[in-house]
Write a protein that binds this ligand. Structure first.
Ligand code: ADP
Ligand code: ZN
Length: 763
């Protein structure tokens, strides 16, 4: 039929724009522009007196009675968001009740959506590097006999991973340039101009994977490759079972034989450099490593290389899921239980769940791997929505290490009682059991390495007045200030507020303030004093502020330049060092009493994962866990490496009252600067939802609360919340969206309402 018999088709497209509104925008496409405009391509539109870049969502009917504005320019040659990614964007916006425009923005490199945004040129900065490492206390005391300022600079530098800008160091140490000159002369440090940022991954050598999979690995690889498009596999392989080789062999097949591409998600690139090196060792330049250290320009380059097919494997954290690859054949989510896969700002998506959605749209396989799978994934397999595969043994004949439990309640009592009568008070006795000390000592004698876990950074968790018991709290948050020794100050771990350490109590004037609650800095000091010849490295947020500090510390451990690596949960993630034969958990209880239904699950995962770092080589290994709660099921099951036993017990506890995975959860948080107004707004919002439930007869929806959040004030904002629970995902989607979009909060008073679906933290 000749086209001219028909009225000209209304040329009109729907566009997603980077604005926090739950709507999209229709634009007219002028006659001179090419038509149709493919969904997922960028378009240039007039918006609020400026020109904005949006993403075309497809053709739409022009709304009646409205004069539409016209596109300024339209359509790249290839879509920035190919169909499966656009599908994923819509799913994320829908499921997590997020505006589609903000979701789309989160999926694309910033440079793509900012017209004329200058790609930041690399700047140069004067950097100070540690040249001579003095990891033992003994060496340090000899080197800095009277040079206290030099020692201060040295320790500051060390605390920042061995490199820092000259400017920041001088401010922190408050010393003259002469100190630095003297240290350069002594060969302790080097100062040079450097361009920042650099991409250290580009320069790293890959590590060749083991040549032959074991029969168990082979069986898992074959099962995965025989999967139907979109099928989800849960690879439950104990620590050291060789999950990485399974991923690599699956990728090899998908790339070489099927000619498709792959996405590998890891919890955090800086902490998983060993795993990344193995992928690079197997696939070389086919791998694009997407990490937070990339500049906007570098990120854009990596994105383009993937889109053009120059690299076929994207490896990265959460957002690597949005790599613009086509023909994706497999998506791997390593350490799928990690909570860092959940984004903590809009869109609050969980990368594991979004990975499954994208993979379905691509017809790709999904492999979720972990030694301690999340209860959500475990239950998914129980329901038949994922195929469970098991690697029950460690690779290459290694054994899981025996775990010994030390009850610190009796251990401390005994140690104190058996002291010599005149012995001075020794704080070490309260922190380390004789068993753990002896174990560390024997490792030092044998030239083997130890890991010590304490999941609390700083020196002391809080400072308390000896007279009135008053605790120093952050002026902006409902949380006590943590005492830090290098540099000395009180720090809020939520808002980074720094305060000087007072010499007396502000409330009662009492002169002595006690430092209570153990932190990693204190453990470091105690260990250094007890083993002055040991080479110690500490890994926590404070020593890894430099972008590549993690990798530098881990590389030193790998070269066996460190005898004792101590740190927070950072040291529990995926490390594979055969010479580590001892893992000591200084205090297993730090996370057990948090008011969060996942407290036990997190503790079990942390203990199992850190225990899994021991005994990976032929020398074997052992684990010593110190606790004051030896009966907690998170602890008892970790002792026997009994994941299934733990899950069984924990799933039981999640049924009544119902918690995930048995129910869908949304955390509705209301925050504001005035305490009373925040409470009132949260109460009104909860009442509004209750009315809605009543009006609509929503029976399968439960509202719990409202109540102040466990941490009821952060960064000067008061926080209240209530929980919504439902066993019906569709109902939850509707309600969450309705609440996010419509629930009235007085806008003028700075109140905010946030809906966090499938929250990973309720604090
Ligand atoms: P997981 O991630 O499951 O904890 P890794 O993938 O880190 O375990 O593997 C643990 C160690 O076992 C690594 O050093 C790896 O090189 C080695 N390994 C894995 N598979 C094999 C194999 N088939 N033969 C020999 N060594 C292996
Ligand atoms: Zn604070």
């Amino acid at each position: 039929m000749p086209a001219s018999l028909w009225p000209p088709a209304p040329r009109c497209v729907d566009v997603a724009l980077d604005v926090p509104l739950f709507r999209t925008f229709a634009y007219r496409v002028p006659a001179e522009m090419a038509w149709p405009i493919a969904a997922g391509t960028r378009v240039l539109v007039p918006f609020r007196n400026r020109t904005a870049i949006g993403i075309c969502l497809g053709e739409t009917e022009p709304p009646a009675g409205v004069t539409l504005k016209a596109l300024r320019a339209g359509g790249d040659d290839t879509p920035s968001l190919p169909a499966p990614l656009l599908h994923t964007a819509r799913w994320i916006a829908d499921w997590y009740a997020a505006p589609l425009g903000l979701t789309v923005r989160a999926m694309l490199p910033a440079a793509l959506l900012q017209p004329g945004a200058a790609v930041p040129a690399s700047r140069t900065q004067r950097m100070v590097h540690l040249v001579q490492e003095l990891p033992s206390l003994l060496q340090r005391e000899q080197t800095f006999a009277r040079a206290t300022q030099q020692r201060a600079v040295y320790e500051l530098l060390e605390a920042q991973g061995g490199a820092a800008s000259l400017e920041s160091l001088r401010t922190q140490a408050g010393c003259s340039a002469g100190v630095f000159t003297a240290m350069v002369k002594r060969g302790l440090i080097a100062v040079r101009d450097e361009s920042v940022p650099r991409d250290p991954f580009a320069a790293r050598a890959g590590v060749a994977p083991p040549p032959h999979p074991s029969p168990a690995q082979r069986a898992a690889i074959d099962a995965i490759l025989a999967g139907d498009p979109g099928q989800v596999f849960l690879l439950h392989g104990i620590t050291g079972s060789g999950k990485t080789l399974v991923y690599i062999e699956v990728l090899r097949e998908v790339l070489r034989t099927q000619g498709r591409t792959a996405i590998v998600l890891v919890p955090e690139i800086a902490l998983t450099s060993q795993t990344v090196d193995r992928f690079r060792g197997a696939f070389g330049n086919d791998v694009a490593v997407l990490h937070s250290g990339l500049s906007d320009g570098e990120r854009f380059d990596a994105w383009q290389a993937l889109r053009r097919g120059e690299r076929r494997i994207a490896v990265g954290a959460r957002s690597a899921l949005f790599a613009p690859l086509e023909q994706v054949g497999v998506v791997i989510v390593d350490e799928e239980h990690e909570s860092s896969y959940k984004q903590s700002e809009t869109p609050r998506y969980h990368a594991r769940e979004a990975a499954i959605v994208r993979a379905r749209a691509e017809g790709a396989l999904v492999v979720l791997g972990s030694a301690t799978p999340s209860l959500e994934s475990w239950e998914r397999a129980d329901r038949g929505q994922a195929v469970r595969l098991t690697l029950p043994d460690r690779a290459a004949g290694a054994q899981l290490p025996p775990v010994q439990l030390v009850d610190m309640r009796s251990a401390v009592k005994e140690a104190l009682a058996s002291r010599a009568p005149q012995a001075p008070y020794d704080p070490l006795l309260r922190v380390f059991s004789p068993v753990l000390l002896a174990a560390i000592e024997s490792r030092l004698t044998r030239g083997e390495q130890s890991l010590l876990l304490l999941n609390r950074r700083g020196f002391a968790a809080f400072v308390q007045c000896h007279g009135c018991g008053d605790v120093q709290v952050c002026p902006h948050c409902s949380i006590s200030l943590t005492y830090h020794r290098v540099p000395e100050s009180l720090v809020c771990h939520y808002c980074q507020h720094h305060a000087d350490v007072p010499s007396s109590c502000a409330r009662c004037g009492h002169a002595t303030l006690q430092r209570r609650g153990l932190g990693t800095q204190q453990v470091e000091k105690l260990v250094a004093e007890r083993f002055p010849e040991a080479r110690i490295a500490r890994m926590d947020v404070d020593t890894t502020s430099g972008k590549w500090a993690h990798t530098q510390i881990l590389d030193r451990v790998g070269r066996q330049e460190v005898d004792i690596l101590l740190g927070t949960q950072m040291i529990a993630k995926g490390l594979d060092f055969p010479n580590v034969t001892l893992v000591g958990v200084v205090d297993a209880d730090t996370g057990l009493n948090l008011p969060d239904f996942r407290a036990s699950e997190r503790t079990f995962q942390l203990l199992s994962q850190v225990a899994g770092r021991a005994g990976r080589g032929p020398k074997g290994g052992e684990v010593i866990v110190q606790t004051r709660m030896p009966q907690a099921h998170a602890v008892t099951h970790a002792l026997t490496h009994d994941f299934v036993g733990f899950v069984h017990e924990e799933l039981g506890a999640r049924r009544h009252p119902a918690y995930p995975p048995f129910v869908h959860l949304a955390n509705v948080m209301v925050s504001g600067v005035h305490q009373g107004a925040t409470a009132a707004a949260a109460t009104a919002a909860a009442e509004w939802v209750t009315q809605l439930m009543r009006r609509q007869g929503l029976r399968d929806l439960v509202l719990v609360g409202p109540a102040p959040c466990p941490i009821d004030r952060i960064k000067d904002r008061w926080r209240w919340h209530f929980l919504l629970k439902s066993s019906q995902p569709r109902l939850m989607t509707r309600v969450a969206r309705y609440v996010a979009e419509r629930c009235p909060v007085p806008a003028d008073s700075g109140l905010r309402l946030v809906v966090d679906r499938d929250p990973v933290s309720l604090l």
